[in-house]
Design a binder for this molecule. Sequence first.
Ligand code: ATR
Length: 281
Amino acid sequence: MRPSGSARVAGVAGWPVGHSLSPRLMASWIEAAGIDALYAPFAIAPDDARHALEALASTSLCGLNITLPHKETALKIADEVSEEAKAIGAANLLTFHDGRISADNTDALGFMQALADKEVQLDNRPVVVLGAGGAARAIVFALSKAGVSEIKIANRTRSRALDLSRALEIEAVIVDWDQRDDALADAQLVVNTTSLGLKGAANLDIDWNRAPANCVAADIVYTPLQTEFLKRAAQNGLVCVDGLGMLIGQARPSFEAFYGVEAPKTGQERALLEAILGPAP
Ligand code: ATR
């Protein structure tokens, strides 16, 4: 259906925003659900983010997904903040109603959904998180909420790992970056949340031979989809969860928040996004 004058309109705001996969993904769900709706990209320059977001909130838009670098600003301008967004310190979802702005964060949910899609069941063995930036905070929050009893965080800048654990009020084990391989011995899951492996960046060097055979490897990077980190894990026979799972997983609750209906399970999400991303290098 083509959108009418009373279509529900939502979008994604970021800088840059041209690379965002959300417009295509959301459009495919809008089409499959057959609803009168639209989802558009909004490029918002960093200097102007606060004003621009507040102005958009005062229109008929029903909400926005928020991507880099506006996730903290989005949190600051909100009238109501969910427990997740507050703990993670960033919002990837704003909804607008009656002149009020509500902030939420669906990244943690997205990560858990990506694990569930691969039938990964967490037990009481340690999880190793590599990195301590914004993405790590969402993932560590998700893992601690899921009841993981031991979370080990290895970050190049050790103090940031400590800050993250304090901010979430959890007792994570802080591992020196150079000792990260030592942390793999009894790990059930190892998650890369650093930007290493991203197209154009250096690869994340890790010795998968040190990890147990039933360990799971997860990467938040999805350009390329098969990072060296995952490629080597797969060569060692490990189950791999790539960055697209989290991307699709965080988008579903946003769709429902904007349009009031569940995102249809088309089964085509992965194929659609893989076609946009292109073949692995
Ligand atoms: P995001 O919000 O996407 O997580 P970020 O806050 O910039 O982004 O975090 C990037 C992460 O990648 C950090 O953990 C960073 O380590 P530092 O805290 O030491 O900066 C990590 N990272 C980036 N480049 C790296 C490199 N060359 N080696 C190791 N870690 C790196």
